[in-house]
Every structure is written in C-alpha cells, then in structure tokens.
Design a protein around this ligand. Structure first.
Ligand SMILES: [Zn+2]
Length: 264
C-alpha cells in the first residue's frame, strides 16, 4: 500500500481534510487533526509494523488500516469513495487522498516527534530490515513462556506479522504453534526466520493478501499469489503429508491451523 501511494503523495501540499467518523482517532481530536493537516507538505511516506507513516513538515500521520482499511490517491472519487472514505484530503495537484475503512477497525494518529518515538520504541524489530537475522529473531522471541504463535503476532516482540503469515511460517518451519517461545533453539530460529522473511516478501511483492475488502493504493484488489498451506484449510488434508489439518482458537483467540505430523 505504501509503495503504491508514496509516489503520489510525497511532495504534495495538503488542502482541506474531512473526517467521517471520530472513532478511528487515537490520541488526537477531530479538530486538531483537520486543522493540523491543512497546509502541510508531505516529506516522506514509510511503514512501521502494520502502520503507514506519512511524514509531513508538521507531524506524522500514522494510519493502521487494520483488516479492512485501504488508502488511495485518485483524480475522481467514486460514490463508494465518498461513502466509505473515513479520511479524505485534497491535494494541491487536484487529486484526493482517501483512507477507506468500511468497518472502521483501523486507527489514525497525528504524532509529534516525541509521540512518534514512543510509538515506534514500543514495537519490535522489522522482519524485512536487513539487520534482522536469525539471532535477532531469537532475541525478539526472548524468554517468553507464551506459545510461539502468540509471541510471533505480538507487535512488541516482532513487528508486522499477522495471522496468515504466522500460521504459514510455522508450518514451513515445522514448529508446533503451541510450543513455548523460549523452548525454541537456534535451529528453529534459523528456519522460522528464513520462512517468515520469504513469505512476507512474497506477500508484499504480490500486493497484499486475499483478505476481503483489501485494495492496493491504486484501488485494485489485492493479488496474493502464494498458495496457502494451512491458513483457512482446517479439516483439509496437509499438502505435504495428507494428515487432516487441525484448527484451534486456544492459543491467542485467533484461528491457528496446523499439521500434527509436520509441526511436532
Ligand atoms: Zn503435514
């Protein structure tokens, strides 16, 4: 999303902003956000964990699109854009930046430097950062007694890994999702690191996953080309060994699907 949007947003001066709902705001009032955005210039757009970070000459607009949010920059907003656009901002080139969120599960922050540093410091390392090694993964998982699946998805330990990718990486690494994180050894860290990075890269290259409502920055549907091995396949045969895949909500209240035989 950031990769698609950044070239259309960086260097633009922001005009009038409109917000349809206040319940997506975190730590900022409607009034401060709308007044703050108007007249700023976008200097850069990056990503941290699952957040798009739009750096302006005043503050950072941090958008966490959640499961259903998406962003686009368009010349002609459609009826849907007007209906579901939570935040709409006029740009000085005549286009409009729109943050869509049908179910409003995402969040919007308007952070000054100190708030940004606190926000970012709270989050774990980035799996796609070149400095992220198997040893760094081992340190990130630390001595947690919690199940590895739960720790992988905890943004304080590791940034940006969602449920699909946690399920898939654990399958490829052959690790039981309920195993305590601290019981993993260097060899587990090496395999898990390899598959996490591979799967996240492939998903980014394919512009996101098959999540419903997902749209790329140009408004196109996501196009996740990876063949899912376990996620969404509970009760179906393992693609590797044929064992019926098991599903549980006991680890972290989200669905975890795994193969008893391949992930011991
Ligand atoms: Zn299997």
């Amino acid at each position: 999303m950031v990769r698609d949007i950044a070239p259309r947003l960086v260097g633009r001066r922001l005009g009038r902003a409109r917000l349809s709902h206040d319940n997506v705001l975190h730590g900022v009032s409607r009034r401060s956000l709308l007044a703050g955005l108007a007249g700023t210039t976008v200097l850069a757009m990056t990503r941290r964990a699952k957040n798009a970070v739009i750096v302006t000459d005043r503050r950072r607009l941090i958008i966490q699109p959640g499961m259903t949010g998406s962003m686009l920059v368009t010349e002609r907003p459609t009826d849907d854009d007007l209906r579901y656009g939570v935040l709409r901002v006029a740009l000085d080139d005549g286009r409009t930046f729109i943050y869509h969120d049908v179910r409003r599960l995402g969040t919007i922050r308007w952070a000054d430097q100190a708030a940004w540093e606190r926000f970012s410091a709270f989050l774990g390392p980035e799996p796609l950062d070149p400095a992220f090694t198997p040893e760094a993964l081992g340190r990130a998982l630390g001595g947690s007694r919690a199940a590895i699946k739960k720790v992988l998805m905890d943004q304080r330990h590791l940034a940006g890994v969602g449920n699909i990718y946690a399920n898939e990486a654990l399958f490829f690494a052959g690790i039981d999702p309920s195993k305590a994180a601290r019981r993993l050894g260097p060899d587990d860290h090496r395999r898990l690191h390899q598959h996490l990075v591979r799967i996240l890269r492939a998903a980014v290259d394919a512009s996101g996953s098959t999540i419903r409502d997902y749209r790329t920055g140009t408004g196109e549907p996501g196009n996740f080309q990876l063949k899912l091995m376990v996620y969404d396949r509970e009760g179906e045969p393992c693609r590797r060994c044929g064992t019926t895949l098991a599903g549980t909500h006991a680890i972290d209240a989200r669905i975890t699907v795994f193969c008893h035989r391949c992930q011991r």
